[in-house]
Design a protein. Structure first.
Lengths: 335, 304
């Protein structure tokens, strides 16, 4: 096995929160959006990251490419720690890691033509290219993502959401990155179009040998596209496992709860399925529960869960829980 | 049939060219009748200011000694004498003077708002984009300047450095950008959180380029609307200062200066000395406010 493309170790992101009316000298509250997340990503592999909104998955993605300041280690293939690079040194790696954003229209500048938008990363990283060369590459890219090349002079507002997302994908891929981070790329789209965009991403990934980090808030979207999946809760990794493993025999109560809420197309199976209630709201990230962050909503919570933070353990199937194991139907209270 | 074909051809054109948000706004503006009339009349006034001097044989500083001091009796507007707008008390052709005054007044409006647009936009965009302490300092400077009574400072400048038209422009320009920079900063702050700015950061586009290519073009709507409101304010300011007798120096003149003269000689029955500059002044103000309204409707950011 070759060296991993990306190795993330103990990544922390925290924000200072100042409340209205605070004096300038009062200490701001710390919001730990990402709290000690570690994972590795191999070349050509797709890692799905799943969690409810507010669990820090978008922040995690932004931390990887230094859109938000982070602590810890993000080691690139060549051994460089991306955190702590100066903006100038980082420029080289920005070409290798590109991002696709959640809101397709908002991520495109309304005053620029599609051609200008897609060309921007190219002209940033290859300033020497001639105009014709840029145009040719942009048009080739547009065709690759399923857009008509003659629409190069159109503006984003003339496209549908799905097409806008294709533009976003073209912009990300034009500099031939090694890693594509997709931050909920389909959650703003219609269900029918979601599938098209996901299929496009999978096709491009195969063709270009991309590694991908694919973020979503529900497990069903991630299932097809991911080789491995990480489940996040309140900024911590709950479970990381191969896709089949995680969907087949989830060991973490949170993963089980998430999975149980995914509808199954087969009506008989759907009826037989045990739905685990996820009671209560996500606790405030400003004051996370002690010990295991999931304990306020966990069916298996025991005194030990409040006292100790469960470490993420295991080889290929890592779980952060004191009492991991398959779901027992009898443990679920009757709804 | 022919019509249909033509329409089809045009459709195909559009498919390739794309409608920019600007083209949309232009179409919306063109549909606004008041604004179009305002634009038309204002263009006439601009043409008048630019080429009016060719319509008369007199120059603005030519003094007809035969008519000096006898404006009320012999200087009334008439086609036959060639003094279309009459003559003033000093025996000068009033038409030529109004042409010249229009030049100065329009220039004051344009230069004042051009300074506001350039300095205000860049200052506000940088302040909002960089944020943090830089933003704090830059905006406090604006606050301080805003708290200075600017009319007072302009008058002081004119008294100290002598009355010159450039000093006047400088004085007006110095203060006109302050409000603009605040408005632009506010807009920049909200733009900065948009995903396309984040996307530009993520690909490593430099800050300068982000400001010029992503922020400023998206600010233009607000800037244009505000600038169109600024032009009449600038004209008004210049006129006010000239009305006080501190602005341009004779033989140069401006609408405000002419109004001041006209008003002081009202009781001698030379009403045309007041009415002509007043007419131009008021018409321009009306046109500008109609155009400003039209621009606001056409570029309203809420619409998008
Ligand atoms: S550690 Fe305890 S509270 Fe946390 S998930 Fe496991 S059983 Fe539930």
């Amino acid at each position: 096995m070759s060296a991993p493309l990306l190795q993330v170790e103990d990544l922390h992101v925290s924000f200072d929160i100042r409340r209205e009316g605070d004096m300038p000298w009062t200490k701001p509250l710390k919001l730990h959006a990402v709290n000690g997340v570690s994972f590795t990503l191999n070349p050509g592999e797709t890692l799905g990251i799943v969690g409810e909104s507010g669990c820090g998955k978008s922040t995690l993605a932004r931390a990887l490419i230094q859109l938000v300041p982070a602590a810890g280690k993000v080691v690139w293939q060549d051994g460089t720690n991306l955190l702590g690079l100066s903006p100038h040194e980082m420029l080289k790696y920005r070409r290798e890691v590109q991002m696709v954003f959640q809101d397709p229209l908002a991520s495109l500048n309304p005053r620029m033509t599609v051609g200008q938008i897609i060309a921007e990363p190219l002209t940033t990283h290859h300033p020497g290219l001639s105009k014709d060369e840029v145009k040719a590459r942009v048009q080739a890219m547009m065709e690759k993502v399923g857009l008509l090349a003659n629409q190069i002079n159109r503006y984003p507002h003339e496209f549908s959401g799905g097409q806008c997302q294709r533009i976003g994908i073209a912009r990300a891929l034009i500099v031939e990155p090694k890693l594509l981070i997709c931050d909920e790329p389909v959650s703003a789209l219609d269900v029918s179009i979601q599938a098209q965009v996901i299929n496009l991403l999978m096709k491009l990934q195969r063709e270009l040998g991309l590694a991908m980090i694919f973020i979503a808030h529900d497990l069903s979207v991630v299932k097809h596209i991911s080789d491995r999946v990480m489940v996040l809760y309140l900024g911590r990794a709950m479970e990381i496992a191969g896709s089949a493993d995680l969907y087949g025999k989830p060991d973490h109560p949170y993963t089980q709860a998430l999975l149980s809420s995914v509808p199954i197309p087969d009506p008989a199976a759907e009826r037989a399925k045990v739905t685990i209630p996820l009671d209560g709201d996500l606790p405030s990230p400003l004051a996370p529960p002690s010990g295991c962050v999931f304990r306020t909503r966990c069916l298996r919570a025991a005194p030990r869960c409040a006292a100790d933070v469960p470490p993420l353990l295991g080889g290929n199937h890592q779980v952060a829980c004191h009492f991991p194991g398959p779901l027992m139907a009898q443990a679920v209270p009757a709804a | 049939m022919f019509m249909k074909e033509e329409a089809a051809v045009r459709l195909a054109d559009i498919a390739v060219k794309g409608r920019s948000p600007w083209a949309d706004a232009r179409a919306r503006f063109a549909r606004n009748k008041g604004a179009m009339v305002g634009l038309f009349v204002l263009s006439l006034i601009c043409l008048f200011a630019a080429f009016g001097s060719h319509l008369t044989e007199f120059t603005y500083d030519y003094v007809d000694f035969g008519l000096m001091g006898e404006a009320a009796e012999k200087g009334a507007p008439s086609w036959s004498s060639g003094h279309y707008f009459g003559t003033d008390d000093g025996g000068r052709d009033f038409f030529a003077r109004v042409v010249q005054a229009s030049q100065i007044s329009l220039a004051a409006g344009l230069i004042g708002s051009a300074v506001a647009v350039i300095i205000g936009t860049l200052y506000g965009a940088i302040s909002g984009f960089v944020g943090g302490r830089t933003d704090q300092v830059m905006m406090r400077i604006v606050d301080i300047l805003l708290s200075v009574p600017f009319m007072f400072v302009i008058i002081l400048l004119l008294v100290m450095f002598g009355r010159s038209i450039w000093m006047l422009f400088l004085g007006i320009g110095m203060f006109s950008w302050l409000d603009m920079s605040r408005i632009v900063r506010g807009q920049t702050l909200s733009l900065k959180r948009r995903e396309f700015i984040e996307a530009a950061h993520a690909t490593g586009v430099s800050s300068g380029r982000i400001i010029l290519r992503h922020i400023v073009p998206n600010l233009m709507g607000v800037v244009v609307v505000y600038a169109s409101l600024l032009v009449p304010i600038m004209i008004m300011t210049e006129s006010f200062i000239s009305f006080l007798g501190l602005g341009v120096q004779a033989p140069l003149t401006s609408w405000g200066a002419l109004l001041s003269e006209g008003a002081s000689q009202m009781r001698y029955g030379t009403l045309w000395l007041l009415l002509f500059p007043l007419g131009f002044f008021v018409t321009t103000m009306f046109c500008m406010s109609f155009i400003g309204d039209g621009l606001r409707d056409a570029l309203d950011p809420k619409d998008r």
